[in-house]
Write a protein that binds this ligand. Structure first.
Ligand code: ADP
Length: 602
């Protein structure tokens, strides 16, 4: 199961990293070799220190040209020096290895996040609607880090330490075969035993933690994004209790994980002491009467155990925590598959020219559905002439916003055509069409930035045209507000979203939509009422500022409906009729009723 997920993970996200992974394997083997050599040198060092006459047992050394000129003690000191040097080099190497590994993991997390964020930004908007904003945040703040740090890093730690354990154990086996086999069997049985004992518990814990992190993410997102609504509805208690309860459960499960993760060192410590005694006992029995060999063997065994203990600890901790990480990995893999990320290639548009619009937009038999077999727009056909002021009207759920999103070029229809001056919109050219559109949303998402950055939305700071910003501030009649600040358009007038009135925010939204001087303006009128005078002023301002533009409004206010030269009347996703306000009012009694119901001022 682990191998399958790991293979998939590397296949999906490992582009350009396979060689590095092999390099890590190689580096792990080198680390193991360092440990092996460091421990191996202890034996001749101790023997030569205790009884120099034992030089014959390390005869090969004294036969070498350099060693021939040294006394046995000199050779012993040299071997000791080599062991120490190796030990220092090994530790420096391990520090470097850790640094490279951490960097590798961090970069990998960053690249996974880039992949998802790129998808969120560049993929067709309709696909984006499949996952909520909170889920999107969860992927890039929690999931990818858990999958890499919680799983991959542990797999790498497992491999490195496994190599160390195998090499050090093979040294013990080579030097003390009987004692080695006894210890090996003992260690293997104990490590497997504890894993079997904890496996189910830890796996369940992993699943719970994964579910809880998602829930916590949702609760955080909903709470922080809705503070105003929560207060208005006086439901602070409900949200706070939900937040607190979720946090309590999560912290309880997290502390369980920390607890289980903290057990291995103690277990391994006990295991190691028993192994030491086992090895010592067998060696003592085997080397009765040879005190120097016995002491050297003990020294080597102690050194081996000293190296084995931390490595076994890390293996044990990796094994216990891998099931937790695996759940996150599988979740990430599933999202990768659901989003079709394997085939996704972002198209980065650069300096594209807006599609010109001189004449007419034609909608022909537009059909659209969010979910298969549930059409939301059915056979919609009508024309929009240059400089029209078109109002889309219909009951809630009639399909107005969906039609506006299609007219914005955010989503392409499932069938039917949109022709702009005779050119059919498609996936390739729709971006150019969007460049010629300004969009005024219902509630402006005001940035905690200056007026100029709020108006020139999405334009790099250094490229903002201040003259255009000032011109628009004047046009949308925000000059008084802006001039009340010493810094003018450079002022940050509000903390959060509370510093501007709703009417001022709407004016700011119109200035933002007009900054790029588009030919078409889509106006998603706020459903909530503004002051009657403010509404009239805004409609008049819009008509004045946009006299050479084509405006398409999801209209709710009577003042806007009356100002439109053409209304598109929708019912249950179908077009009932198009025409002037007077024409529709006279022909459809329920239209007049609808206007009464939906218009917010008169
Ligand atoms: P209106 O703007 O007239 O209130 P909408 O265009 O928002 O209507 O919605 C039309 C229909 O499409 C509704 O039945 C709504 O439930 C459905 N709908 C809107 N957005 C989505 C979505 N993201 N996923 C699935 N169905 C949706």
């Amino acid at each position: 199961m682990y191998i399958r997920s790991l293979k998939k993970f590397i296949e999906y996200f490992g582009e350009g990293r396979k060689l590095k992974l092999l390099m890590f394997l190689f580096m792990s083997i080198v680390a193991g070799c360092f440990e092996f050599l460091g421990v191996a040198l202890i034996y001749p060092f101790v023997i030569l220190i205790i009884s120099p006459e034992q030089i014959h047992s390390v005869q090969k050394l004294s036969n070498l040209p350099f060693f021939g000129s040294l006394s046995p003690v000199g050779i012993a000191l040299f071997v000791g020096f080599c062991a120490l040097t190796l030990f220092i080099i090994k530790n420096l190497y391990m520090i470097f290895f850790l640094y490279v590994q951490s960097k590798f993991i961090q970069n990998w997390t960053r690249d996974i996040n880039n992949k998802f964020v790129q998808f969120y930004l560049y993929a067709p908007y309709k696909q984006m609607l499949k996952s909520s904003n909170s889920q999107k945040m969860y992927v890039i703040t929690t999931l990818s880090a858990q999958a890499t740090g919680g799983f991959l890093m542990r797999v790498m730690s497992f491999v490195t330490n496994f190599v160390i354990v195998v090499l050090v154990l093979s040294l013990i086996l080579w030097k003390f075969p009987v004692a080695g086999v006894v210890s090996l069997v003992f260690i293997t049985v104990c490590v497997i035993g504890i894993n079997i004992l904890f496996k189910k518990k830890v796996k369940n814990l992993g699943l719970k933690l994964q579910k809880l992190s998602r829930q916590m993410n949702d609760v955080n997102f909903v709470t922080i994004n809705n503070i105003k609504d929560i207060k208005i509805f006086c439901c602070e208690n409900v949200f706070y209790d939900k937040y607190r309860n979720c946090g309590n459960v999560l912290s309880r499960e997290n502390s369980s994980q920390t607890f289980y993760g903290g057990i291995p060192p103690y277990y391994i410590e006990t295991l190691i002491v028993i192994t030491l005694l086992l090895l010592g006992g067998v060696i003592a029995v085997q080397n009765m009467g040879q005190s120097s060999v016995m002491v050297a063997s003990f020294a080597m065994i102690v050194a081996s155990i000293f190296r084995l203990a931390p490595a076994l600890n890390r293996i044990q901790s990796a094994l216990l925590n891998l099931p937790v990480g695996l759940n996150f990995v599988n979740d990430l893999l599933k999202r990768f598959e659901d989003f079709g990320l394997a085939d996704f290639k972002p198209v980065r548009y650069q300096n594209i020219e807006p599609m010109s619009f001189a004449n007419k937009i034609e909608l022909r038999d537009i059909e659209f559905s969010y979910v298969p077999d549930t059409p939301v727009l059915k056979g919609i056909s009508f024309d929009i002439d240059k400089n029209d002021f078109v109002g889309i009207i219909g009951l809630s759920g009639a399909g107005k916003s969906t039609l506006a999103d299609i007219l914005t070029g955010l989503m392409l229809p499932d069938s039917g055509k949109i022709l702009v001056d005779g050119t059919e919109l498609n996936a390739e050219n729709v971006c150019r069409f969007r460049k010629n559109i300004g969009y005024v949303q219902q509630e402006l998402n005001v940035l905690e930035k200056s007026f100029r950055e709020n108006i020139a939305w999405g334009v790099p700071e250094g490229e903002i045209d201040d003259n255009r910003v000032k011109y628009l501030v004047d046009q949308v009649q925000l000059s008084d507000v802006v001039n009340s600040y010493d810094e003018g358009i450079y002022a940050i007038p509000f903390v959060g979203e509370s510093g501007l009135s709703r009417g001022q925010k709407q004016r700011l939204a119109i200035a933002r939509a007009l900054y790029r001087n588009p030919d078409i303006l889509i106006f998603d009128e706020a459903t909530s009422a503004l002051d009657v005078k403010v509404e009239h002023d805004i409609t008049n301002m819009l008509l004045h500022v946009c006299k050479d533009k084509t405006i398409i409004a999801i209209a709710h206010r009577l003042s806007t409906l009356r100002a439109c030269n053409k209304l598109v009347y929708l019912k249950d996703g179908r077009l009932v009729d198009t025409g002037s306000f007077e024409y529709l009012s006279a022909k459809y009694p329920e239209f007049a009723e609808l206007v009464k119901l939906s218009s917010l001022s008169n």
